[in-house]
Design a protein around this ligand. Structure first.
Ligand code: HEM
Length: 284
């Protein structure tokens, strides 16, 4: 419970997400059609995370792929529809691979109009959650030239936890404060304890390195939180679908079956499911 109280402040309302579609996706999109929607999602997700605080990391990550102490509250534009295509092969080319270099990351982010600052700020989400050993084993066992070596004590500890070929063990991304949304991640990275190669790589570019060092030495998390809100909203503007470009899924995990018409009732039911079951809000 203490952990939850500690975690209970970063509320990320992931109710929906903006572009030329921006006119249709806005703060409070459900205020008229379903005024209780945001409250319902808030309460539901608060309950879910009270029972399973460890879900905060996966939910936050799920949102980032698909598109707290005191933490930032992020009001996001709502009204975004689900995609009417869901194909695993689409994920790879649009997701940063764990072995990406800093240049790869900057190129990928630029493709989505995200800057080097967005990259270093959003990477700060790795202040919570876990990674599989397999996600960083190359970094741990075969660190390439051109990347900074991992801190020796950290390497030894990690090698104790993750043997080569381990596909199941999970390791905290920010071991000092793994469930607290704070600037500790930057302390880790600055001390060459970035768990993922992509975390460590932030020290290899002027803009990202300067930010890591500034936050590592910050006496408060205010600047990081303010930046995180801005970058998170920037990220939420990627690939927004509205109207017939998307759909309201009846089941969040699957596209709707072809149907000649949707009754008003099924649209409403779909909306509510979308609100309740999607990665819509994270309360940490
Ligand atoms: C810079 C590009 C990024 C890369 C290369 C990256 C990569 C990864 C990888 C490899 C993992 C471990 C997954 C696993 O082993 O199961 C992870 C976890 C995570 N990522 Fe990222 N990520 C990036 C950006 C982001 C962003 C933008 C967010 C959110 C704003 C985010 C939030 C998370 C969270 C919360 C986890 C922990 C998930 C859990 O506990 O299950 N990441 N990331």
């Amino acid at each position: 419970m203490a952990e939850l109280r500690g975690a209970a402040a970063l509320v990320v309302v992931l109710l929906g997400l903006v572009s030329s579609a921006a006119a249709h996706v806005h703060i409070g999109a459900y205020n008229t059609s379903c005024p209780q929607a945001e409250d319902m999602v808030y309460k539901e997700m608060t309950n879910v995370l009270a029972n399973s605080p460890d879900l905060a990391g996966p939910l936050l990550r799920l949102f980032s792929v698909d598109c707290f102490t005191k933490g930032p509250f992020i009001p996001l534009p709502t009204g975004r529809r689900d995609g009417n295509r869901s194909v695993a092969a689409d994920v790879g080319p649009n997701s940063p691979p764990p072995g990406a270099t800093i240049a790869d990351l900057l190129t990928l982010f630029a493709k989505f109009n995200l800057t080097a600052k967005d990259l270093v700020v959003l990477s700060g989400a790795h202040t919570i959650g876990k990674a599989h050993c397999s996600a960083f084993s190359t970094h741990l066992y075969n660190s390439s030239t051109g990347s900074l070596p991992l801190d020796a004590n950290y390497t030894a500890a990690l090698r104790g936890q993750c043997k080569p070929g381990d596909l199941s063990t999970l390791v905290d991304l920010d071991p000092a404060t793994p469930t607290t949304f704070d600037t500790d991640y930057y302390k880790q990275v600055s001390a060459q304890r970035g768990l993922l190669a992509t975390d460590a790589a932030l020290l290899l570019h002027d803009v990202t390195k300067a930010y890591v060092l500034r936050q590592a030495n910050a006496t408060s998390s205010d600047e990081f939180f303010a930046d995180f809100i801005v970058s998170f909203v920037n990220m939420s503007k990627i690939g927004v679908l509205t109207h017939s470009n998307g759909e309201i899924r009846h089941r969040c995990s699957a596209v709707n079956p072809p149907s000649p018409s949707s009754s008003a009732a099924s649209v409403l039911a779909g909306s509510l499911l979308f609100l309740l079951a999607g990665p819509l809000m994270v309360v940490l």
